[in-house]
Design a protein around this ligand. Structure first.
Ligand code: HEC
Ligand code: HEC
Ligand code: HEC
Ligand code: HEC
Ligand code: HEC
Ligand code: HEC
Length: 216
């Protein structure tokens, strides 16, 4: 009985020593860049294994097999499945790791140099990933609302990520910048879309305020 305990703790000792040795720094395959259905999504073993300390057997072979670019042959290796918790979505669900519904550009390195993914990504596919609710900038009477729905005819690539990041960052846009042709002003210049002189279209609270004061 005593011998058995000693034997067992010895076993645990060996187990731990190999584990810590391995957790120190594992030799891992290089980055995998998926090319289909869209170019270029990055998967880094270095980050998942050596930085996040996820052991091989969590992913292999329960979620992924060990052959690069094999997954992308599956018809359902797409965002819809991820959102339902398959493949990358097993962890990238907003609980274990950042959700596949956010931070698109962290996985889609292609969007940093938009030209590459431009041809591959079609609007109908992308539109299911755009925010459903309008985004509000600023507070008070000069609050401005940006609605993706109202821009449905404009290709994602025209705004992301050349003008705006794939992330809601309140406070970065100013009226001066818009008047100087930046942000919304890239289009709202009277040529591509109504100009920035039309204050009330964007600052709709202001128009309500005006109507209110007009009554008195
Ligand atoms: C977070 C999940 C995850 C972890 C952890 C992980 N892998 Fe992978 N691994 C993947 C994915 C995804 C692929 C690509 C599969 C594909 O493209 O079909 C892959 C591919 C591979 C490949 C093929 C690479 C090539 O270039 O052909 C090998 C080998 C591999 N993994 C070994 C490992 C080893 C060894 C570990 C532990 C040290 C490990 N993996 C940990 C997800 C993971
Ligand atoms: C077993 C869980 C797991 C799976 C499966 C998984 N990831 Fe991750 N991933 C993580 C964790 C944990 C982090 C770090 C936490 C965070 O930043 O939210 C991370 C971080 C990342 C990052 C950020 C790297 C950086 O620059 O910091 C990218 C990109 C990424 N994963 C892509 C993928 C892709 C693509 C897949 C599917 C092929 C995948 N992951 C599958 C757990 C996982
Ligand atoms: C955790 C990593 C990850 C995040 C975050 C992520 N994606 Fe993906 N995405 C992938 C992977 C992996 C594929 C499949 C491989 C490929 O197409 O290269 C993919 C494929 C796609 C596709 C083509 C297939 C399909 O489902 O139609 C589109 C479009 C897409 N992503 C859009 C987005 C948008 C928009 C966001 C942000 C809301 C986003 N993705 C966030 C990993 C990610
Ligand atoms: C195309 C849409 C659009 C139009 C048109 C527009 N604005 Fe703005 N405006 C914004 C946005 C977006 C912000 C940023 C809100 C924030 O984060 O504070 C803003 C901010 C402001 C602010 C807050 C302070 C500052 O300078 O950032 C004032 C004041 C303002 N606008 C006045 C005006 C006036 C006056 C007009 C008409 C001459 C006008 N705006 C037309 C979108 C617009
Ligand atoms: C006319 C410009 C424009 C177009 C076109 C556009 N967006 Fe956006 N998008 C924005 C702005 C503005 C923001 C907020 C950026 C900020 O806060 O700095 C944003 C933010 C986002 C966010 C982050 C939301 C959050 O809550 O973090 C996602 C995801 C997104 N857009 C997806 C898409 C997708 C997918 C498409 C194409 C179907 C698209 N967008 C088309 C202007 C645009
Ligand atoms: C890539 C070009 C582009 C950018 C950038 C852009 N818009 Fe637009 N926007 C358009 C187009 C095109 C229309 C529709 C044509 C028109 O009304 O002139 C439009 C329409 C609108 C409308 C009118 C919706 C309606 O019908 O009531 C509002 C409000 C608006 N944009 C606000 C904004 C705000 C706020 C920003 C910045 C956060 C912004 N837009 C950035 C191109 C753009």
């Amino acid at each position: 009985m005593k011998n058995k305990v000693i034997f067992m703790s010895f076993g645990i000792l060996i187990f731990f020593s190999t584990f810590t040795y391995a957790a120190g720094r594992k030799i891992v395959p290089g980055d995998i860049i998926f090319t289909a259905p869209v170019k270029s999504v990055i998967f880094s073993h270095e980050i998942h294994v050596n930085k996040e300390h996820i052991s091989c057997n969590i992913c292999h072979s329960t979620i992924f097999n060990t052959r690069a670019l094999n997954l992308q042959k599956n018809k359902n290796f797409n965002m819809k499945s991820f959102c339902k918790g398959r493949y990358c979505g097993v962890c990238h669900n907003g609980k274990i790791a950042f959700s596949v519904k956010t931070q698109c550009a962290r996985c889609h390195i292609g969007v940093r140099g938009f030209e590459r993914s431009d041809r591959a990504v079609k609007i109908p596919k992308m539109s299911s990933f755009m925010p459903k609710n309008a985004l509000k900038f600023g507070t008070g009477n000069f609050e401005a609302v940006f609605s993706h729905k109202k821009h449905i005819g404009v290709h994602c690539n025209n705004c992301h990520t050349k003008i705006f990041p794939f992330k809601y960052t309140v406070g970065s846009i100013t009226m001066n910048a818009i008047k100087n042709g930046q942000y919304c002003g890239k289009c709202h210049n009277g040529k591509i879309a109504f100009s920035a002189i039309n204050c009330l279209i964007c600052h709709s609270k202001l128009s309500k305020q005006n109507r209110h004061t007009a009554k008195h």
